[in-house]
Design a protein around this ligand. Structure first.
Ligand SMILES: C[S@@+](CC[C@H](N)C(=O)[O-])C[C@H]1O[C@@H](n2cnc3c(N)ncnc32)[C@H](O)[C@@H]1O
Length: 176
């Protein structure tokens, strides 16, 4: 929220899963959140949480694929997405769709990470216990995607974009 400075309007949580990010944003702002995921099961979970958290009146749910977002162009003020982009098969198409649904001047904040350095270390250690090769395959895939991202974002013709890579994780911040 600090980065985007968007506190009202329509927000798409792309690849929302249980809606943890969209729900957190709704709690500290006045945005209306469209929870969007390819998995009906995840959307059902997200739906149950918004009732518990009393943000149901500002929540809607949409099932679909990020590569063909079933929304009109220029219909969203903010697109947020955490932890979903590594699963998108065609990164260029997915980011083009994100920019397409943004209104002029709208922002997207897309990426993920482990929250902070301490949490990262705990997660990496747990994953290494489960699979000693985890770090290698994870790193290789992440590095490939990160290297390709600036060119992909340029091709979506945003007003500007920046890549944030700090202990909060790796994020693309895009302004249409
Ligand atoms: C690791 S979860 C992250 C969930 C949530 N954003 C969070 O931060 O907790 C990834 C989510 O992305 C969704 N997803 C993956 N590929 C997708 C696609 N092509 N279109 C829409 N959703 C997708 C999955 O169904 C899953 O719910």
């Amino acid at each position: 929220m600090q980065e985007t400075q968007i506190f009202d309007g329509d927000c798409l949580d792309a690849g929302c899963g249980t809606g943890a990010l969209g729900r957190a944003v709704a709690q500290i702002s006045g945005v209306h959140v469209m929870f969007f995921d390819q998995s009906p099961h995840m959307l059902q979970l997200a739906q149950s949480y918004v009732y518990e958290e009393r943000i149901a009146q500002r929540s809607r749910f949409l099932q679909g694929d990020i590569h063909h977002i079933p929304l009109a162009s220029c219909s969203m003020d903010l697109v947020i997405s955490r932890g979903s982009s590594p699963f998108w098969e065609n990164q260029k198409q997915a980011y083009s769709e994100i920019v397409r649904v943004l209104r002029k001047g709208g922002r997207a904040f897309v990426g993920g990470g482990f929250g902070n350095a301490e949490l990262r270390e705990r997660i990496v250690n747990t994953m290494l216990e489960r699979n000693p090769d985890w770090n290698k395959s994870f790193k290789e895939r992440s590095v490939r995607m990160r290297e390709a991202l600036p060119d992909i974002l340029k091709q979506t013709n945003p007003s500007w974009f920046e890549i944030i890579n700090d202990e909060s994780g790796f994020w693309a911040h895009i302004c249409k």
